[in-house]
Design a protein around this ligand. Structure first.
Ligand code: BYC
Length: 314
C-alpha cells in the first residue's frame, strides 16, 4: 500500500521548526535518518578507536594514581561508544553491522585518532585539547533534533569535562616539574594543536553536509564557528599553562573580539580522512583483531540465550 508521505513530512517539518525533538517512533525523511546514522556512527566509532592512542600508555603510566585515572578515562570512552551505538540502533541499524562498516572502511572516525601518542605528555594534550575540542563540538549537540542522540550527548559531555580537566591538571603538574618535562609538554602541544583544529571538520565552504544538517537541527553551529570558539577558549588556557601554540598568525583581533589564526593544512586533513594518516592502518587492524578475538564471547552469549529460551519453553 502506498502511504501518502506529504502530511507526515509536514508534521516532521513542524516539529523541527518548533525546535522539538524527533523520536524513534516518529516518521522521518530517509535522508534525515541516513545523515544521523552517518554522523552518530562516526561519533561512536571515534570513541571506540579513540581508546587506542591513550590505552597505549596504561601499562606505562608514571604512578599508580595516573594509571587509575587513565584506566577510568579509557573505560569512559568505551561507555560513550556504547551509548552512541545504542542511539544509532534506534535508527534501524545494528551495532554489529556498524562495526563491520568501520572495519571495512565504509564508515569514518575522527581524524585525530590517526596520530600517534609518543610521550606521556600526549595523554595530557589529548585530555586538554582533544577532549576540549570534543566538548566545544558536543555541548551544542545536546540540543540536536534527534532525541536519543541529544540525551546520549548530555551524559557524555559531563564525563568529557572531567576528561578535559584531568588532561589540563596532568600538563600543569608537568609544567611545575623539570625543564625536560616542560619541553615534553610544549613538544606534545606542538604536535596536537593543528590536528585538534581539524577535528571540527573542513572549512564551511568545503563542508557538503553542514547546510542540510543545520536546517534539520542536527548540527547547531557550522564547523568554522565551533573552531573559532575552541581557539578563543584555548589561548588563555595555554597562557595560564605557560605553553604556546605553533601558529605565528595567532593574535587577538580587537574588532572581531576573537583570535585570528592560521589555516590548518587541509591537504593533510583529507589524506588522514582518506585513510593515509600516520596510524590509520594500525588503528583499524587493532580494532579488527579485537572484534575477531571476541567472536567466541558473542557466540557463547547467543548460544546461552538460545538455551535459556529453549529451557523456558520446555
Ligand atoms: N575526521 O560535511 P562535513 C572524542 C568528514 S570523539 C574524519 O563537514 P559533517 C574522544 C565527514 O564525515 C570525537 N572525518 O561533515 C574520544 C564528511 O564525510 P562523509 C568525535 C571527518 O558531518 C576518545 C566529510 O568529512 N566527535 O571526542 O557535517 C578520546 C565532510 O565533512 C572529519 C564527533 O564525531 C574529521 N575530523 O561535520 C578522546 C562529533 N570532519 O561522512 C576524545 C559529531 C569531517 O560525508 N560529529 N569529516 O563521507 C560532528 O559534529 C560532525 O560529523 C563533524 C563533521 C563536525 C565531525
Amino acid at each position: 500500500m502506498q502511504v501518502d508521505e506529504a502530511p507526515l513530512e509536514k508534521a516532521f517539518d513542524a516539529t523541527i521548526g518548533a525546535g522539538d525533538r524527533i523520536e524513534p517512533r516518529d516518521w522521518m525523511p530517509e535522508k534525515y535518518r541516513q545523515t544521523l546514522i552517518r554522523q552518530v556512527a562516526q561519533h561512536a566509532h571515534s570513541e571506540i578507536i579513540g581508546m587506542q592512542p591513550e590505552g597505549n600508555w596504561i601499562t606505562r603510566a608514571p604512578s599508580l594514581r595516573r594509571k587509575a585515572v587513565l584506566l577510568a578515562k579509557v573505560q569512559d570512552e568505551a561507555g560513550h561508544g556504547l551509548y552512541l551505538y545504542s542511539a544509532t540502533e534506534t535508527l534501524g541499524v545494528s551495532r554489529d553491522e556498524l562495526t563491520r562498516r568501520l572495519i571495512e572502511g565504509k564508515q569514518k572516525y575522527s581524524s585525530i585518532f590517526n596520530y600517534p601518542t609518543l610521550t606521556y605528555a600526549d595523554v595530557g594534550s589529548i585530555g586538554w585539547l582533544v577532549d576540549g575540542a570534543a566538548i566545544c563540538n558536543q555541548v551544542p549537540l545536546c540540543r540536536t533534533s534527534y532525541g536519543p542522540y541529544g540525551r546520549a550527548m548530555i551524559r557524555i559531555c559531563k564525563e568529557e569535562s572531567f576528561h578535559q580537566r584531568q588532561g589540563y591538571e596532568l600538563l600543569m603538574t608537568m609544567m611545575r616539574g623539570t625543564d625536560e618535562q616542560r619541553a615534553m609538554v610544549q613538544e606534545s602541544v606542538n604536535r596536537f594543536w593543528w590536528p585538534a583544529l581539524m577535528m571540527f571538520g573542513p572549512p564551511d565552504g568545503d563542508s557538503p553536509n553542514t547546510a542540510q544538517s543545520m536546517e534539520w537541527g542536527i548540527k547547531r553551529h557550522t564547523n568554522d564557528e565551533l573552531r573559532q570558539r575552541f581557539v578563543d577558549m584555548s589561548v588563555p588556557q595555554a597562557e595560564a599553562l605557560g605553553v604556546t601554540f605553533p601558529d605565528p598568525e595567532l593574535q587577538w583581533n580587537e574588532e572581531r573580539g576573537s583570535y585570528d589564526f592560521g589555516e590548518p593544512d587541509w591537504d593533510e586533513f583529507w589524506q588522514v580522512v582518506k585513510g593515509n594518516g600516520p596510524c590509520n592502518t594500525q588503528r583499524i587492524a587493532h580494532r579488527k583483531a579485537a572484534y575477531d578475538d571476541g567472536a567466541w564471547v558473542r557466540e557463547a552469549a547467543l548460544a546461552f540465550a538460545a538455551k535459556a529460551r529453549a529451557d523456558e519453553n520446555d
